[in-house]
Design a protein around this ligand. Sequence first.
Ligand code: SF4
Ligand code: SF4
Length: 131
Amino acid sequence: MRPEQECRQCGRCCEKWGWGQKGVIEDLIPWIRDNRHDILQHLTITLANRKRCNGTALSLADLPRVTRIDYWTDPDGRALSFCPFYFQADDGKVYCKIHDAKPAVCIGFTPWNEGIRDYALNCPACHDTNP
Ligand code: SF4
Ligand code: SF4
């Protein structure tokens, strides 16, 4: 059995895909419940009536009307070309400033488990396993 790989925290995947992603309703529930405006301010939400709003305007009661969740934007709704939670520390590793609350698309990103594996990332963790 192949041992579980460990992410090397090089940050390449966050740099390449940490923005322009779509969210899921399950991401929003804890952020709204815990008043995570630091995160919600970087979302643009599209509602069933096609109106768009910032994530900070949402309540749990609004969730059935959410049709699309875009990561990441500035508080005025302009798309960012980077993830605002990306942080490179002095040790050279990249850390996620919202690690304990990051979205499902980030939690689930384990390229060494995927058929395509490397996604042109040059992911150092993928190099350690044979396809
Ligand atoms: S590219 Fe690979 S090793 Fe680097 S942060 Fe992403 S998953 Fe981890
Ligand atoms: S939220 Fe965290 S894990 Fe996701 S792209 Fe940004 S820095 Fe990377």
